[in-house]
Write a protein that binds this ligand. Structure first.
Ligand SMILES: NC(=O)c1ccc[n+]([C@@H]2O[C@H](COP(=O)([O-])OP(=O)(O)OC[C@H]3O[C@@H](n4cnc5c(N)ncnc54)[C@H](O)[C@@H]3O)[C@@H](O)[C@H]2O)c1
Length: 394
């Protein structure tokens, strides 16, 4: 890996990393080239705080989400000055160095983290390490007076998540848990319609979470180890649960029932579910259904329906492009986005802008302690239902 990569090899790497080698439907659009726009100039959101001191930031973890989503946004954000990246895997270091043309000096191992966090110059950190490391890293960073942006989920369970937010309160520094759908304009408008009661009282919530491309078996197996076979709930549908908590303003549900099946024979070998339906009932009468699949052959399919007494609010899937070619015998249109990196491209930029607003003291983190703890509580009850194979009450 220590070789200097040619431009062609870099492009190949980018394709492999993003799993975008499949041509997107009939449009002939591959999706390639929209993520790594580092060399061609990254858009800085107009909502970003354009002026002000540049914030010195560190990044922990240079794996999948860092490489495919966040690093490009951080490096190219005019308010952020990337001081260092900690990553213990030398292969990952080399990949990231080559992809982003980064200087050797930026990379350090996690052993030196305590020293890095002691620096008075450092304003904030971005945590993109595996979930089981979040709790200790988040608490240590906050206790050293650094603002923290952490990929979801904040910790492995309710106790850890509550403690992370208590550190944020104690040390007076913002903690932002990056549930990216919160920063998507379509989800924001639908939730706003639900909150303003413009569709009346909410009676039903229907969430569809069907992933694409299928994550690697290594990833799916690792998720299974920490979640007793129901990673589809803790890793994938956690985004829907966060939305449900947001829409219901963190009400505690009455019950949850999780039913799963595994269609994929390899996943069956390591005992991990690939398909899930969950039903959540609230005391106020709201019934929520969540259906999730680890793989949708037709593309990344994430939808929401809020059914109210006076109307309906929905978030549909955007397509790769909007043309429809109608040929008399039928119409041809483009397929859905290939993956979360495309679908939520704008949200990932928005969430960094929001984090900067929080560090500047101009906003409070959109995802609150009460919401994060309630999301974790619903997940824990959902896992109990999965294990017991019956509805579980709160
Ligand atoms: N918001 C989303 O849609 C989304 C999508 C994918 C992943 N995630 C979340 O992002 C986090 C990371 O996921 P991923 O898929 O990128 O994982 P990954 O395993 O691909 O990457 C994690 C990286 O962190 C490195 N690492 C491990 N411990 C470290 C430490 N103490 N200090 C520094 N580096 C360390 C690993 O070597 C690895 O390169 C998880 O919490 C996951 O839930 C969120």
């Amino acid at each position: 890996m220590a070789t200097i990569l040619t431009q062609a090899t870099k492009i190949l790497y980018r394709k492999l990393l993003l799993n975008l080698e499949q041509v997107a439907g009939e449009s002939g659009v591959t999706g390639l080239g929209i993520r790594f726009v580092h060399s061609t100039g990254w858009r800085c959101s107009p909502t970003a705080v354009q002026n002000g001191r540049r914030l010195n930031v560190g990044v922990m973890g240079a794996g999948r989400i860092a490489t495919t989503v966040h690093l490009g946004n951080i490096i190219n954000h005019r308010r952020l000055n990337l001081k260092w990246i900690t990553e213990d895997n030398p292969e990952r270091v080399q990949i990231v160095k080559d992809l982003f043309d980064l200087d050797d000096k930026l990379f350090l191992t996690s052993r030196v983290l305590p020293d890095l966090l002691s620096s008075k110059d450092l304003d904030a950190v971005f945590v993109f390490t595996p979930t089981d490391s979040h709790y200790s890293i988040v608490c240590e960073s906050l206790s050293k007076g650094k603002s923290v942006f952490v990929e979801k989920p904040t910790g492995e369970n309710m106790k850890e998540i509550r403690s992370c937010y208590e550190h944020s309160e104690k040390f007076g520094k913002p903690l932002l848990t990056a549930f990216q759908r919160r920063f998507d304009p379509a989800f924001q408008k639908v939730v706003s319609a639900a909150h303003s009661k413009s569709i009346g009282d909410i009676q039903m919530l229907n969430f569809r979470s069907r992933d694409s491309p299928k994550p690697s078996y290594d990833f799916l197996g690792a998720v299974g180890t920490s979640s007793t076979g129901c990673g589809i709930l803790t890793d994938l549908a956690v985004h829907d649960i966060d939305l449900m908590v947001w829409i219901t303003r963190a009400q505690r549900p009455e019950s949850v029932y999780v039913v799963t099946h595994t269609h994929d024979t390899k996943m069956a070998e390591f005992g991990e579910a690939d398909t899930m339906v969950a039903v959540v009932k609230y005391k106020c009468g709201i019934l929520a259904t969540l259906d999730a699949s680890r793989y949708a052959a037709y593309g990344y399919d994430m939808r929401l329906e809020v059914f109210g007494s006076d109307g309906l609010a929905t978030v549909e899937n955007p397509k790769v492009s909007s043309e429809v070619i109608d040929m008399g015998r039928g119409a041809r249109m483009t397929r859905l986005n290939e993956s979360f990196t495309q679908r939520f491209r704008e949200s990932y930029i928005n969430e960094i802008d929001h984090f900067i607003d929080c560090v500047d003291g101009k906003a409070k983190p959109l995802i609150t302690k009460e919401e994060s703890v309630m999301t974790a509580e619903i997940i824990e009850k959902g896992l109990e239902s999965f294990r017991l194979k019956r509805p579980v009450y709160f």
